[in-house]
Design a protein around this ligand. Sequence first.
Ligand code: AMP
Ligand code: MG
Length: 400
Amino acid sequence: LIPLEEARARVLRPCRPLPPVTQRLDAALGCVLAETVISEQAIPPFANTAMDGYAVHAADTKEVPARLRVVGTLAAGTAWEQPVERGAALRIMTGAPFPAGADSVVMVEHTRAEGDEVVVLEPALPGDHVRPAGEDIAAGQEVFGAGTVLGPGHLGVLASIGRESVTTIPRARVGVLSTGDELIVGAGALTPGQIRDSNRPTLLGLLEGSGCYPIDLGVVPDDEATLRQALDWGLFDCDALLTSGGVSMGEFDYVKKVLDDLGEVEWMQVAIKPAKPLAFGLIAGKPVFGLPGNPVSSMVSFELFARPALRQMMGFGPDALDRPRVRATVEDDSLRRRPDGKVHFARVVCRYADGRYRVRSSGGQASNLLRAMALANGLAVLPDGDGAAEGEDVDVMLLS
Ligand code: AMP
Ligand code: MG
């Protein structure tokens, strides 16, 4: 058995970031920026009003009520050519360019319209409700640095400075292959001994949720030649591969043998439960993860090894590889365990109530009980020992 941290280090080491690509803005959500973005223009591009109201000279409103002549109305999207003179007011809508001459905006709520005049009820100060040009971004300013993870707000900023494309580390294209003679796909009747493939849809979903581009490579039987062909094909098209099944001690567990023949693959027994067996290596320079077949094990192995490695390939920094962890108080006696030399990852429901996170088991903890995993929103980390009693605190990896 090797410690989790060592297995992780072995997996993460060779998973280097993919070469950058330039892509349309609308495809870049969640990707890591691979350029320094400089804005050529100021944002806002021109001074404008933050309120619906009247552009005025503040000095004309020192004594209120103050009666001013309304010289026109300016909507957002147009400009006002003549300067606003002393004693005058320009009716102006939020976002409209602030006119020359005036120095402040009186919000419409502080005025009363009377024919072609306006009565200002509250004095204005110079600068009131005026948004200066460049207040958010100055022309020539660095907006975002390489390494920034592009969220919705980042895409908005990039659009606002006129960018239609951006250079990022691409999503990793990751192929998913299920192995096992017992597996069938879909709703057909099961002959004795058959089960339906559940790992593939699960792993494809986990990839999608991790910012990768999932590629379905189907199911292959426990047959060396077919397996070899499927891996070959997958490696041609993908940046990395996930297989599930066939990495245990069974007689027909061919995955580790075939992976071994194709490249530099390590077969590890990690001191964790579930997800003890893991085959990992590079084939044709591309990472291949031989995840265990038991449905919960394949998910936990994905979370602990594949997900951080794939995110590293997508340019995420060391602090953004793993799921966030919180400290949570155990609500009952469901997180007891026995010492066995392994770290346990218990499927839990974690919630925030009365000022703290609270956690309890989501159901049975055997590695085939996928429903309890599906119902869980976290994995409680239980170091070797007796687990946690009611009222004790544990670390929880939040899965959603
Ligand atoms: P293996 O590692 O191939 O021995 O598989 C371990 C257990 O996981 C066995 O009970 C398999 O039937 C089950 N299993 C393997 N692959 C899948 C899959 N794709 N979907 C559901 N169960 C699977
Ligand atoms: Mg199998």
